[in-house]
Design a protein around this ligand. Sequence first.
Ligand code: SAM
Length: 307
Amino acid sequence: MYHYHEPVLLQPSVDALVTNPDGTYVDVTFGGGGHSREILSRLSSKGRLIAFDQDEDALANRIDDPRFTLVNHNFSHLKAYLHYLKANPVHGILADLGISSHQIDVDNRGFAHRLNGPLDMRMSQQSTITAASLLNQSSLEDLIKIFRNYGEIPNAGKLAQTIVNSRKGEPFSTIEHFKQQILNCTPKATPAKYLSQVFQALRIAVNKEMEVLETFLTDAEQCIAAEGKLVIIAYHSLEDRLVKHLFQTGNTEGKRHTNLYGGIDKPFDAQPTKAIIPTELEIEKNKRARSAKMRIGVRNPWKANNP
Ligand SMILES: C[S@@+](CC[C@H](N)C(=O)[O-])C[C@H]1O[C@@H](n2cnc3c(N)ncnc32)[C@H](O)[C@@H]1O
């Protein structure tokens, strides 16, 4: 049987999230629906679950349950959709960031450097920017920023220049051609690690993942009731840093603004203060869990709406 995705940190994330069986919850990254199914199993007949996924492929996993609604849209529109669905504020929100195993395993999506396919990398089929259009049209400076900021690639300048030179001949369209063209930048000893970083950088840029996460984290405080939970599972340090900053300082930049009493006004308190990571056993069974970090924020009662 085809397996769409193996959920990571399934029990600890849902244990932390669901505190009221009659409550309304949101899973903003539905994917194969592993977390959503577990959430529904903890809810009573009065409970409700709203899920988001911008990938049309995820719609095939829709759960047939009257308590369940699936929105085929970007979770940057969370606030608007919760208003529209008359669900704001909710009792908790879960985000299991990044891409699903399905997306990485299918060659026509272009996420995996080990497969040959189109340089696509869009999570949403509605989006017009692909990895190919980004490589063919971005300025040298923008390419350097993408590789440096999103991939932490040491030779970002050389890589960007190689891309700009190469596309003057033939524009980029396939993974194989792209890999050939950047061979002179790819370390001989660790090509897979390097290509993973390059592909991560492109994927983040194509899907505007950092901008979307910032919007989502900023809006989340207006969508969660007092004492409700925001549970985020991140797979790279750029994402995790934004979440950590929000829970520590009340903003995603990590700037400390003290109030009149010398304290910090934070919409969420991290509980526990440190990130939770998968057990060795889970990592052994599911390699994707290796880089996962989960943070749990509890909505502070001040200024929070109540359902
Ligand atoms: C890691 S998978 C989630 C897997 C899921 N928890 C499960 O148990 O199967 C992430 C999913 O979220 C979706 N996704 C990522 N960013 C999104 C965004 N900004 N808006 C909507 N969906 C997004 C992806 O398309 C992918 O299907």
